[in-house]
Design a protein around this ligand. Sequence first.
Ligand SMILES: *[C@@H]1O[C@H](CO)[C@@H](O)[C@H](O)[C@H]1NC(C)=O
Ligand SMILES: *[C@@H]1O[C@H](CO)[C@@H](O)[C@H](O)[C@H]1NC(C)=O
Ligand SMILES: *[C@@H]1O[C@H](CO)[C@@H](O)[C@H](O)[C@H]1NC(C)=O
Ligand SMILES: *[C@@H]1O[C@H](CO)[C@@H](O)[C@H](O)[C@H]1NC(C)=O
Ligand SMILES: *[C@@H]1O[C@H](CO)[C@@H](O)[C@H](O)[C@H]1NC(C)=O
Ligand SMILES: *[C@@H]1O[C@H](CO)[C@@H](O)[C@H](O)[C@H]1NC(C)=O
Ligand SMILES: *[C@@H]1O[C@H](CO)[C@@H](O)[C@H](O)[C@H]1NC(C)=O
Length: 593
Amino acid sequence: MAISSPYSSSTSTSLLLCCISIFSLLLGHGRVEASHSVYTDLQNSESLPGSSRDQPYRTAYHFQPPKNWMNDPNGPMIYKGIYHLFYQYNPKGAVWGNIVWAHSTSTDLVNWTPHEPAIFPSQPSDINGCWSGSATILPRDKPVILYTGINPQKQQVQNIAFPKNLSDPYLVEWVKPHTNPLMAPTQNNMINSSSFRDPTTGWLGPDKVWRVVVGSKNQSRGLGILYRSKDFLHWVKAKYPLHSAPGTGMWECPDFFPVSTLAGSRVGLDTSAHGSHVKHVLKVSLDDTKKEYYTIGVYDLVKDIYVPDAGSIEGDSGLRYDYGKFYASKTFFDGYKSRRILWGWINESSSVGDDVKKGWSGVQVTQYVQAVPRAIWLHQSGKQLVQWPIQELETLRTGKVNVPSRLLKGGSRIEVSGVTASQADVEVAFEVPKLGKAQKFDPSWTHKAQDLCTQNVAKTRGGLGPFGIMVLATEGLEEYTAIYFTIFKNHSRYAVLMCSDQSKSSLNNSTDKANYGVFLNVDPTKEKISLRTLVDHSIVESFGGEGKGCITSRVYPILATGGGAHLYAFNNGREDVQISSLSAWSMRKAHVN
Ligand SMILES: *[C@@H]1O[C@H](CO)[C@@H](O)[C@H](O)[C@H]1NC(C)=O
Ligand SMILES: *[C@@H]1O[C@H](CO)[C@@H](O)[C@H](O)[C@H]1NC(C)=O
Ligand SMILES: *[C@@H]1O[C@H](CO)[C@@H](O)[C@H](O)[C@H]1NC(C)=O
Ligand SMILES: *[C@@H]1O[C@H](CO)[C@@H](O)[C@H](O)[C@H]1NC(C)=O
Ligand SMILES: *[C@@H]1O[C@H](CO)[C@@H](O)[C@H](O)[C@H]1NC(C)=O
Ligand SMILES: *[C@@H]1O[C@H](CO)[C@@H](O)[C@H](O)[C@H]1NC(C)=O
Ligand SMILES: *[C@@H]1O[C@H](CO)[C@@H](O)[C@H](O)[C@H]1NC(C)=O
């Protein structure tokens, strides 16, 4: 390992200014798009798998299909010690269309073996598509899948599928009963047939009745429609939704699960768990904004409704698993390791036309990926969830580089060399001994973390931070993606802002350069400010404050690829900060499909 220090201790003002000005570019936000666009002429345009193998942007350890379009993760589960992941997939093309449930299995959630699609259009109730859904493990270890089918009238209905052979731990073949669909819009139930999809994992009440929720809306009110069944085959719609929220629009991919309230417990719970020491989480994906939010609350078993805790924010300014690119997520309970695991989809940032061009030319093949599986649990405050990459991912770490504890002077940058910077895992912790220079916090910024990261970074130069790391960076900083912290003085306390800055991630001006941000519930007078970042060619997945704030970015550097990528720690504030520990690893390639 070698550490170079481009800025000497007598850092000149011009160097300092140069360093600060790299943060002053202001960039617009990503736009919002409703539902799936349909590109009928392009749906059968395959991307080329052979030539995609040696792409600069192809990830090495994130889950992805061998080729073509992928979206939502579906029906994750563990059965007979084998992990299953299904996903929305177009077997024929690089854009959304012809949707089936593709299927892969794994023994460690890191290396994956592909199988033939598990669920594909084969009966009237799914003849126009097999959309998202969930797996439930019924008593005596019997998995079933509920999913949304598109029927001949293009209505959204809910279907079931069973494994053909329960002795096969890979569950490669699935069969469907003729009684499908099990839930459908009718004149009577008033369900909007274009807004009725993505059934959850089922849970069993103390009354031995199963329940599931299906995402929907009534005008602009998002709905989690509740159904009940004694046998998982005959379902009756409940009079009231499990929960609903005005102004949130269509709820896609709802996920409803219990979490343990035992202080410090990271243990996951079976989806049917209830009782004392249990709270519940409801997550929904908002079709209108393509953002997700969750609330923590109480599941009232008598009224069969979910009540979010007082003060919960509903809508995309509420709590989020990930404040960057992350959508259509779903958790499952891993009973083998007593943990709950979260999967989420990382969308491409470039436009459809580019995807197809990339697909055709094979020059830059589009790559839809899933974020790394994350363990998820309730923070001891009870006010938010915490996430951490599953421990199995650490088996890919190699060639550890340690930076001894050292001061990072204001306006300085150090290189962490000796790791494959385009394919790495970095953990760093900062201590901030002197907080006097923290800029005053304006209360109006409280729900504006992303705006602050986008617009007000330059203003922070007189304060404490920004300090953090630059990944996928060129030596001359023509390109870099920065993940950093800024500390503000907020009345008698401190507010810690975490940002992921893509404004300089690529010299290509056509790529998405939105910045993302979140306030971390960390007290810098008592705690270190920690960051873990997974770098995987075009993915930068960051976990701040030991998993209290997560941000995933998709970036397309032109120069900072392969050996052109460098890793730095930096401090652009006026106050010095202490690196109390910094470790980085090169990551091996996983066997993914
Ligand atoms: C079911 O799966 C088991 C294990 O893979 C296999 O030995 C058996 O032949 C399968 N049965 C059928 C009917 O395919
Ligand atoms: C939709 O909302 C309207 C107005 O609040 C209400 O009258 C109607 O019953 C709702 N429909 C359904 C299916 O919930
Ligand atoms: C049903 O949902 C579709 C799709 O979002 C929407 O266009 C339509 O207006 C909805 N219909 C009613 C009656 O709310
Ligand atoms: C995916 O990215 C495209 C292009 O940036 C954007 O239009 C679309 O809304 C995104 N979808 C999701 C689910 O994030
Ligand atoms: C700032 O302090 C106010 C008042 O204590 C509090 O309500 C708010 O949540 C704080 N904001 C942040 C980002 O910490
Ligand atoms: C990208 O944008 C920058 C700043 O607007 C400009 O100086 C540069 O010429 C652009 N690069 C290309 C290749 O268009
Ligand atoms: C720049 O990005 C656009 C849009 O993603 C893409 O079409 C183009 O090929 C990229 N150019 C280079 C040089 O990578």
